[in-house]
Design a protein around this ligand. Structure first.
Ligand code: ZN
Length: 59
C-alpha cells in the first residue's frame, strides 16, 4: 500500500508538525484538525488545500 507524508512547514509555517498516513485524504483530514488546534484556522481555504495537495509526497 502506498504511504504518504506531509509536513506543516511545507505550507510556509515554521511549525514542526508532520505526519504519515495511508492516503492523502487522511492527511488532509488530520491536517485540518491540526490547523484548528495549533494554528487557530477553523477551516482550510481552497488555497491552503491546494498547497497541501501539492506538498503531500509518497514515501
Ligand atoms: Zn502546524
Amino acid at each position: 500500500m502506498a504511504h504518504w507524508a506531509f509536513a506543516c512547514r511545507s505550507t510556509g509555517t515554521s511549525c514542526e508538525w508532520a505526519l504519515e498516513a495511508d492516503s492523502p485524504e487522511v492527511i488532509l483530514q488530520r491536517f485540518a484538525e491540526h490547523e484548528k488546534c495549533a494554528h487557530q484556522v477553523p477551516e482550510l481555504s481552497d488555497d491552503l488545500r491546494r498547497r497541501v495537495g501539492a506538498a503531500i509526497r509518497a514515501v
